[in-house]
Design a protein around this ligand. Structure first.
Ligand SMILES: [Zn+2]
Length: 638
């Protein structure tokens, strides 16, 4: 006898044999018993979960020659032995017409079908059309069919199987009974695989069956196809000396067949992530890649593993597996061993962290699809997990500041805005953090302070009137957010720096002039490069002459500080010190590139100086290994 694939050989012939679709089979059997037969059925759901199978069983049950309750057919199940049943089973019944709508989807084919449907069945009770992939039928063809569905002859039954029921026109859907099939549960698939292995005389351990069932991903047919392949490549166990040597399925062989690796490696990777061991993460990745595993496949498996960890976390699965029957069983269609593994990994992290990991690996997997250097992207994705672990939620960071004068400042004490004062100045400082901080973009919660956008700090420029109420206006619309309210306190405190202090700085010295020039360039927005150059330059005052010794070579200088920038610098300085002669000098050492040799000079009393002196800013700088690059005066941008 010719070899028959398992999915066909073990295709259910009775409703009771269909696995995992009880909600459909029970209803259909009740309808059959009560003789309540619809003229149109839609069976929808994923591939390989029994839609066409149930359509055929229903066709057999409808056309079975034995009445329900008779000796050969006590229930609504088909008798399987009458002429009609055997013909349908063999696929050569005249009155059951199976049409693959993927290839016969046009108006002509459907018209033909409609015309043929007018004639009575040649022998059996019903003329049954099973339309597979029904969503492929064109709209015009569906319209041609609609008339038949509106006034169906008594002898006609349409059964439409589809993976995309939403693509079937509503006019058609509303005239049919719609049955939505479920993905088959892991335990159900495993049960069927175990049954088939026993029938086929195949030795298979539970781990192997679980792997096959997991690979099926809710589809019985997919699981059986992989089982077919696994049996074909299985080593035959002849050690028993038995005449009839039995093929043996084991997990390692199935993994090799599917090109997957044991999930233990992902558990190991997450342990290394937990331990902040980048080297260990890369070592594991290297071993896997050198063994010939494809980065895309590894990333895919890693995504699935992380997804299971997230689900284990959400459903509070115990690492000892003591509550496997809880909500986890529904969410995690994996074997008990794998559930325990996922729970162990999940226990190392918070739900937020796991969610971020999953998001990062999903992105990595997406990117691998069209990238050249797949290996590097995979490694990068894994390293990002380590870096993500180092991130702190902003609430946690801000909570470290509690007890400082700023955090203790009661916001309620802010004075009311007084009318008639000049427009308050507001400056914004952008904090550039260490690179490890950048992946925070991926995090849903801490993103509020991740660059970009830069942390906006508010401060005042010299001589401006109190703009504290203004601060509240600017950032006070998120009262409920503790992070933003704490940040606002910090900002208010920076702002509250005495303005008397600044009035002392009346006569301009070199630092003041430099700061004024930098501030003016920062204001110009497009002059940030020039602002950096001026900030790095050495200002020296000699009588009525100001020398600006830059770090740029002669050729670079005109590019970095272009005529426009130079104009701004000159006008800013001359506003403070009219009549001063200004000389811009190129660097003496032409080979030396610009280097951040010192933090930007900040004139005492300026907004930047006060921001830098503030204990909270200093603490934040230390925590994030961050540097405040710019304090931008936003007055003109209002
Ligand atoms: Zn029958």
């Amino acid at each position: 006898m010719a070899y028959q694939v398992l999915a066909r050989k073990y295709r259910p012939q009775r409703f009771a044999d269909v696995v995992g679709q009880d909600h459909v089979t029970v209803t259909l059997m009740n309808a059959l018993t009560q003789q309540r037969i619809a003229h149109g059925y839609i069976f929808s759901g994923h591939r390989g979960i029994g839609k066409t199978t149930i359509a055929r069983i229903l066709a057999m049950a409808l056309n079975c020659r034995n009445p329900i309750g008779s000796k050969l057919r006590p229930t609504a199940e088909p008798c399987e032995v009458c002429e009609s049943c055997t013909e349908i089973k063999a696929g050569n019944a005249v009155d059951v017409i199976e049409i693959d709508a993927a290839t016969n989807r046009g108006i002509d084919e459907i018209r033909e079908l409609r015309d043929a449907a007018r004639y009575r069945p040649s022998r059996d009770k019903y003329k049954i059309y099973i339309l597979d992939e029904a969503h492929q039928i064109t709209d015009a063809a569906f319209n041609a069919l609609l008339k038949t569905l509106e006034e169906p002859p008594d002898h006609i039954v349409f059964m439409m199987a589809t993976t995309q029921p939403e693509d079937i026109p509503q006019t058609v859907r509303s005239r049919c009974q719609h049955y939505s099939f479920h993905a088959v549960k892991l335990v159900d698939i495993m049960g069927q695989l175990r049954f088939i292995a026993a029938r086929e005389s195949i030795d298979a351990d539970e781990a192997a069956l679980a792997l096959l069932a997991e690979a099926g991903d809710g589809s019985m047919r997919d699981a059986l196809s992989i089982m077919d392949q696994a049996i074909a490549s299985a080593p035959v166990d002849s050690t028993s000396g038995d005449e009839t040597a039995r093929p043996r399925l084991d997990a390692a062989q199935i993994r090799e067949l599917m090109g997957t690796v044991p999930n233990a490696v992902f558990e190991r990777i997450l342990e290394a992530v937990d331990g902040n061991q980048s080297a260990e993460v890369i070592t594991v990745a290297n071993e896997l890649l050198n063994a010939g595993n494809s980065p895309a496949q590894l990333a895919r498996q890693c995504v699935r593993y992380l997804r299971n960890c997230v689900m284990a976390k959400i459903s509070n699965l115990n690492p000892d597996g003591s509550n496997l029957d809880g909500p986890a069983a529904e969410l995690l269609q994996i074997s008990a061993d794998e559930q325990r593994r996922a729970a162990r990994s999940a226990a190392l992290f918070t739900e937020e962290e796991l969610t971020r990991f999953l998001q990062t690996m999903l992105r990595t997997f997406d990117e691998l699809g069209y990238r050249q250097e797949q290996r590097f992207h995979f490694e990068l994705g894994l390293l990002k997990l380590v870096h993500l672990r180092r991130l702190l939620p902003i609430e946690e960071v801000l909570s470290k500041f509690s007890g400082t004068p700023a955090a203790a400042t009661p916001r309620a004490a802010a004075p009311k805005p007084s009318a008639g004062v000049g427009s308050p100045s507001i400056a914004s400082a952008s904090v550039r953090s260490a690179p490890a901080f950048a992946p925070m973009q991926a995090a849903p919660r801490p993103v509020a302070v991740a660059p970009p956008p830069p942390i906006s700090m508010l401060a005042e420029t010299p001589g401006a009137p109190s703009s504290r109420p203004h601060l509240d206006n600017k950032v006070g619309n998120r009262e409920s957010d503790p992070a933003s309210s704490a940040m606002r306190d910090v900002l208010a405190d920076i702002y509250a720096g005495s303005s008397a202090e600044q009035k002392q700085a009346a006569s301009p010295d070199a630092d003041h002039l430099q700061q004024a020039a930098v501030d003016a360039l920062m204001l110009a927005r497009s002059q940030t490069t020039a602002a950096d150059a001026i900030a790095d330059a050495e200002f020296s005052l000699g009588g009525s002459e100001l020398t600006v010794q830059t770090t740029h070579s002669k050729t670079m200088l005109s590019t970095v500080i272009n005529p426009e920038a130079e104009k701004i610098v000159r006008s800013a300085i001359q506003t403070l010190a009219p009549g001063l002669k200004i000389t811009l000098l190129p660097s003496a050492n032409t080979t030396k590139p610009t280097s951040p040799k010192k933090p930007r000079a900040a004139a005492s009393g300026s907004a930047q100086a006060r921001a830098m002196e503030h204990p909270i800013v200093q603490e934040a700088q230390r925590l994030f290994n961050a540097e405040i690059r710019n304090v931008i005066d936003l007055t003109s941008s209002d």
